[in-house]
Ligand binder design. Structure first.
Ligand SMILES: Nc1ncnc2c1ncn2[C@@H]1O[C@H](COP(=O)(O)OP(=O)(O)OP(=O)(O)O)[C@@H](O)[C@H]1O
Ligand SMILES: [Mg+2]
Length: 261
């Protein structure tokens, strides 16, 4: 069974891409076949994996707008077991072009048909907005949305809008959609504020919040500039250990959910 998650939060710079890429690397390391879909015109996930977005021949744009299968678009990455459906600069135009297309909310879901069986996990990295690219990701996310939350002042601000969007998508487009996880990111143990954010998020979302908290780690911010995931760049670092633990926690949750159903 393939697990499909969208990584979304319309707030920028909260750790969506870092979480999708790092989790993808550790899920693959645990033996899972992983497809990472870079659904952000900024193409941060693509370049994080050492692939130059401007050199990409076929990208997610071709899947969404030209209706090519993701099978023709996915490429292997230097990170073992991790395939990528790359973004490219042209993806910025896709959101505009999608507006007038038939079944515009289902374009990604359709592109995934015929390829999902080849993977155990599909992780979709969303842009910092609630536009059609994010809606398409939410419509495709059979296992729900994972929301990275930065341990900062006003961490929960704007979550109401995300919540409304998730509810709207569940009611009209994907009845399976729910918030399956909240990941606390960039935790700085030296500040009281970070501690308060963790407590507040856990109080609001006791079920969803992952036990693993991702610390602020310079190594995590350096890895993308070397085109490497944290798994190869600095496997002993605190950030690496945290994402390894997060991957294990997700796998355990999936096993528990499967046992219950
Ligand atoms: N745990 C961490 N410790 C230190 N730096 C981090 C950590 N997580 C992410 N960063 C850095 O913070 C910045 C924002 O992270 P990231 O790109 O993952 O966020 P994002 O939510 O995907 O951003 P956007 O909304 O622009 O897509 C990046 O420079 C990244 O390297
Ligand atoms: Mg990003």
């Amino acid at each position: 069974m393939t697990h499909i998650y969208a990584f979304a939060n319309q707030k920028g710079g909260v750790g969506k891409t870092t979480t999708a890429v790092s989790l993808g690397a550790y899920l693959a390391d645990a033996g899972s076949r992983v497809l990472l879909i870079d659904s952000d015109p900024q193409a941060n996930a693509t370049s994080s994996l050492g692939i130059d977005p401007s050199s990409v021949q076929v990208s997610l744009y071709d899947a969404l707008i030209r209706r090519q299968s993701l099978a023709e678009i996915a490429i292997a990455t230097p990170s073992l077991g991790l395939d990528l459906a790359p973004s490219a600069p042209g993806l910025a135009g896709a959101e505009v072009e999608m507006v007038s297309m038939l079944a515009r909310e289902y374009l990604l879901r359709r592109a995934l048909e015929g390829i999902v069986d080849q993977y155990d996990h599909v992780l979709i990295d969303c842009p910092p907005s609630l536009g059609l690219l994010t809606i398409n990701a939410l419509t495709s996310a059979a296992d729900g949305v994972i929301v990275p939350i930065q341990c900062e002042y006003l961490a929960l601000e704007g979550l109401g809008r995300l919540w409304q969007t998730v509810t709207m998508v569940r009611e009209h487009l994907n009845p399976q959609l729910f918030i399956s996880g909240m990941v606390l990111t960039m935790f700085d143990s030296r500040t009281n504020l970070a501690e308060q954010v963790v407590t507040e998020v856990r109080a609001h979302f006791p079920e969803q919040t992952f036990r693993t908290v991702i610390p602020r780690s310079v190594r995590l911010s350096e890895a993308p500039s070397y085109g490497q995931t944290i798994l190869t760049y600095a496997p002993q670092s605190a950030g690496a250990q945290a994402y390894r633990a997060l991957a294990q926690e997700l796998l355990t949750r999936e096993t528990q959910l499967e046992a219950r159903s």
